[in-house]
Every structure is written in structure tokens, then in C-alpha cells.
Design a protein around this ligand. Structure first.
Ligand code: FMN
Length: 310
């Protein structure tokens, strides 16, 4: 009998026991889900976004369901980096999967300051930078929408930490790979894609936007084809390992992202319906590899077949 397929993957300097992670903002800080899911089955978990100070977030309503997706404007509510490091991280250290902290700020300097804080923490395997945030010193343009600013931001983080740096790309730009190239030039090790798509929905009866803030971020199955396209373009053009994110629910979805060029994936909105989705995908992926007669996850990465084959 052939040995079971190996699920372990390596993304540059980051090794994961399997390629299934939970996405930032959809699984709290991990511990809240310990009684609902088997955290030890995950390849890794990405924390809710953390800032230098705690944030209360936006007024409700902050979540609205749409066909095939969810709109949110949580406003990056979080407990702040200090509280996370003191109260939450110690409870996450015994997991085989990797703990990745998602960081964001409102000034460029917030990012290296946050990276410095997690640098001495052995329980943190990598940092993921949420650069889909307004740069208050630059008229509110998102850091991740300006290649020059993004390169400087990533370089500043690179100088502050020896941990793997993951840069999370926004889909709300015309050429996402240019931002991926800027992140690479700044010293990023890995790219993750995509963050939410900017959207809006209005209740036809109350005439009010369904979110208090009007606009919000769209996630869920509705954005999956956009995410697959961004992963495909970025993986081929930039040459850094990519973590695919966007509407993943089934093993087929995972395989689709791997074929497009992702080396691992994050599961987000699907966890709202079933917090065990990610661990089920770990088992499902192992079964799929065995059924395909493949020994490694890497055999699928970037293996999409063009129509014009000899
Ligand atoms: C309620 C909610 C909160 C989120 N919070 C964050 C966050 O704090 N930082 C971040 O980088 N992404 C955040 N995201 C984006 C997700 O991590 C993910 O990129 C996106 O939802 C697409 O994946 P999905 O379709 O599987 O949910 C959030 C998404 C949702 C739905």
C-alpha cells in the first residue's frame, strides 16, 4: 500500500503541517473557537487584525448577507496587540499549526512598531500585513493601493522582524501583481490574496444602506472567481509563494486555488456557517490527493492546464 499523501507544505521560510488555515477576522483569535473546532487539525490560524491600541470598531449594522456572500464593515475592532500578547497568545502555544498574527495600522510607522512587538514571541510563526487600511497621513489612500508606499511599508517591517512577512493583497486595484512586486521589492516572503472586495447594498424598503458605514467588504463564494484570477496572475508574475483566500468552502475550491498557483489557502466566511469547515477540508484534501494518486500537495500547485496543450 502506498503511504498516505503528505500534506505538509513549505512557503519560503514558513513550514505548515498542512495547507489549510483560517482567515483573519473570521475565527476571532482562535481560542474562542477551541470548543467548536479542533484547532490542532489546522495548518495554521491567522488572528483577527491587531493594532497598537484597542479599537471599538464601527456602529451596527456591521454585517449584511448578500446573495452568495457577506458584506462587513466591522471597522477592525480588536483588543490591541498588548492584550493579545499577554492574554491570548499563551493559550495558543501548544498547537502543531502555526499562529500568524494579522497586523494593521493607520500610519506607516504603526506596522514596524507592531512587528517589533511580536518579534520576541516564539509562539508567533509569521506576520500577515493587512494593507487595505487608509493611510491617514496620505489623504486616506490605502497603503496597499500605492506601490511606492507599500514597498516602503514592507521594507520597514522587514527591518523590524526576522519572522516571515506575509503581505495581504487588496483586490480593489487594476493590476494586483504590481502591488505584489512592490511587496517583494520591500522584502516580503509570501503574498496572501485576496482581502475583501469593496461593495455596497441598499435596503429598497427602508432606503438605508444595509451597513451603517454604507460601503463594506464583500466576502464569500461570490468573490471566489475574482480571487482565483488574482492568485493566478500574482503567482505567475511575482514569483513569491501565495496563500489563496476568497470564498473557499469545499475541497474542489481548495484544489482550484492550488491549481491557480496558491501553495496554501485560508478559509474565512465559510466558518460562520460551520466552524469546522477548515478541519474538514484538511481530511478532504488528503482523501483527494490519494484518489488522484498524488503524494504531495505541491504536485497540484500551479498545475492548471492551458487549452493549447501539445
Ligand atoms: C467579518 C470579517 C472580518 C474580517 N477582518 C479582517 C481583518 O481583521 N484583517 C484582514 O486582513 N482581513 C479581514 N477579513 C478578510 C478575510 O480575512 C478574507 O480575506 C476575506 O473574507 C475573503 O475570504 P472569504 O471569502 O473566505 O471570507 C475579514 C472578513 C470578514 C468577513
Amino acid at each position: 500500500m502506498s503511504p498516505p499523501p503528505a500534506l505538509a507544505v513549505r512557503l519560503g521560510p514558513l513550514e505548515l503541517p498542512n495547507p489549510i488555515l483560517t482567515a483573519s477576522g473570521t475565527f476571532g483569535y482562535g481560542l474562542e473557537f477551541a470548543h467548536l473546532a479542533r484547532l490542532e487539525r489546522l495548518g495554521g490560524l491567522v488572528t483577527k487584525g491587531l493594532s497598537r491600541e484597542p479599537l471599538a470598531g464601527n456602529p451596527p449594522p456591521r454585517i449584511a448577507e448578500t446573495r452568495g456572500g457577506v458584506l462587513n464593515s466591522i471597522g477592525l475592532q480588536n483588543i490591541g496587540i498588548e492584550s493579545f500578547l499577554a492574554d491570548v497568545l499563551p493559550g495558543l502555544t501548544d498547537l502543531p499549526g502555526k499562529v500568524i498574527v494579522n497586523l494593521f495600522g493607520y500610519e506607516l510607522d504603526d506596522y514596524p512598531r507592531l512587528a517589533e512587538r511580536v518579534e520576541p514571541c516564539a509562539g508567533v510563526a509569521a506576520v500577515e500585513l493587512n494593507v487595505s487600511c487608509p493611510n491617514v497621513k496620505r489623504g486616506g489612500i490605502e497603503f496597499g493601493h500605492d506601490p511606492e508606499v507599500l514597498e516602503r511599508l514592507v521594507a520597514a517591517v522587514r527591518g523590524a522582524t526576522s519572522k516571515p512577512v506575509i503581505v495581504k493583497l487588496s483586490p480593489n486595484v487594476a493590476r494586483p501583481w504590481e502591488l505584489g512586486e512592490a511587496a517583494k521589492a520591500g522584502g516580503a516572503d509570501i503574498l496572501s490574496a485576496i482581502n475583501t472586495l469593496l461593495g455596497m447594498s441598499i435596503d429598497p424598503w427602508t432606503r438605508r444602506p444595509r451597513l451603517h458605514t454604507g460601503r463594506g467588504g464583500l466576502s464569500g463564494p461570490a468573490i471566489r472567481p475574482v480571487a482565483v484570477r488574482v492568485v493566478y496572475d500574482v503567482a505567475r508574475r511575482v514569483g513569491l509563494p501565495v496563500i489563496g483566500i476568497g470564498g473557499i468552502e469545499t475541497v474542489d475550491d481548495v484544489v482550484e486555488f492550488l491549481l491557480a498557483g496558491a501553495s496554501a489557502v485560508q478559509v474565512g466566511t465559510a466558518l460562520f456557517r460551520d466552524p469546522r469547515t477548515a478541519e474538514r477540508l484538511v481530511d478532504g484534501l488528503a482523501e483527494r490527493l490519494a484518489a488522484l494518486g498524488l503524494e504531495r500537495v505541491g504536485d497540484l500547485v500551479g498545475a492548471v492546464r492551458p487549452w493549447e496543450e501539445a
